[in-house]
Design a protein around this ligand. Structure first.
Ligand SMILES: [Zn+2]
Length: 244
């Protein structure tokens, strides 16, 4: 099969690779229906994170189950499934407390930018939909693989509660879905920190009440102004850097 592989900064190749197979009884192999590029792929692509070996790309995915290992119980061939970028058993103590990305048996899932993908710990990692969805739903379902879960987790970790004022740093897919999540959790006021007009529009559509375009100390001062000197009750960092 043909797949994308990152060799180094700005060196991505589309090349022949062996199709994945079931390696452990808890694995599944899925046929990819939709996949995409994640913001976190850009760090090694730009040379900010080192690439130590050729790395198959793609960790956001959904598709149809082709085959499952002998120990897989809930996932069946033919099902449409959406998976996470960390495989988790969903049964260990960390998973039970809602930290599936710290699962005792976690494995990073990579190589989704290919026709077929091996997913470890299929029962804990894959979520089936009731039916095979129509093609026009694929982009929305793909968004639940990483960016919605990540944005939701940011809001959950920041303990967003009804009535709160929430500031969201970053207006990429995770930031925008962090806004949507904070709105779902009942935030009263959501301040989007954004400089892109198109994304500001989406932010407002997803539930933002204010847009702040300033960054750094100016941005902090602007948010203090907007909140009568109090500041935000919860802050969602949705960029992945220490900048503010
Ligand atoms: Zn676990």
């Amino acid at each position: 099969m043909q797949a994308t592989v990152l060799y180094g900064p700005r060196d991505i190749r589309f090349e022949d690779r062996d199709a994945p197979t079931i390696m452990k009884p808890t694995d599944a192999v899925i046929r990819i229906a939709a996949t995409c590029v994640c913001g976190s792929d850009l760090w090694p692509y730009r040379g900010i994170n080192a690439v130590t070996a050729p790395t198959p790309m793609g960790h956001e995915y959904c598709g149809i189950v082709e085959e499952v290992g002998s120990a897989v119980k809930s996932i069946k061939p033919g099902q449409f499934v959406i998976g996470s970028f960390f495989a988790s058993d969903n049964t260990c103590p960390h998973c039970h407390h809602g930290y599936q990305t710290s699962c005792q048996h976690k494995e990073f899932v990579g190589g989704a930018q290919a026709p077929l993908l091996r997913v470890p710990l299929a029962d804990g990692t894959l979520v089936p939909t009731p039916d095979v969805p129509p093609d026009d739903m694929l982009p929305s379902l793909l968004a639940t693989s990483d960016v919605l879960g990540t944005g939701w987790f940011a809001a959950d970790a920041a303990k967003v509660k009804p009535g709160m004022t929430v500031a969201v740093v970053g207006d990429g897919a995770v930031g925008l879905l962090g806004i949507l999540s904070a709105k779902q959790m009942g935030a009263d006021r959501i301040i989007a920190i954004s400089r892109h007009e198109k994304r500001q529009k989406l932010a407002l559509e997803f539930g933002a009440s204010d847009v702040v375009t300033e960054r750094g100390d100016e941005g902090v001062a602007r948010i203090k102004d907007l909140t009568n000197g109090v500041g935000a009750d919860a802050v969602l960092e949705c960029v992945g850097t220490q900048d503010r």
